[in-house]
Design a protein around this ligand. Sequence first.
Ligand code: ZN
Length: 203
Amino acid sequence: MKIICIGRNYAEHARELNNEVPAEPIVFMKPESALIRDGKPFFLPDHPRDVHHELEIVLRVGRNGKHIAERFASTYIDRIGLGIDFTARTLQSELKSRGLPWELAKGFDGSAILGDWLTPEELGWPRLLSLRLEVNGEIRQSGDTGQLLFSFERIISFVSRYFTLKTGDLIYTGTPAGVGPVQRGDRLQGYLNERLMLQCKVC
Ligand code: ZN
């Protein structure tokens, strides 16, 4: 199983980190060992200095495919949910400034939180989906799929030119503005179309 992630897919988030808005999707991966599900806690690692939350809509791939045309891409999505792409931000900035890969800052144990799933039909997709992250009851991030630079179909088509998509693969589709650090004791709650779909405690 692969965890494919898209960077800077909301223009406001690209700007808040002083990054250029990309012309093509920015793609990176996390290892399977990064995954935490079923509401299990996230243990802050001791290596990075700061870990930021990035709430993202996650797609679960329902069948195998490669070189998928954009017009058929929606048929490859069998579930939609929420996830958190935890990021060691200072380490990522250092790696970026040195032109090095980001994996150490993005793929560490527990860096991919996964919440509950719904079918695209249950969510009314492709109608607009909204996402919101609350930390200790305060809104930190909110956005909707109308702000996406690259649609889900475009992402699936693009990444499947390079990687064969397989049933069960996950695609984290990027985060809206408002990313910030988490601390021990924080309680994170993610809402998709106003439904509570993800809960995570930071330990
Ligand atoms: Zn992300």
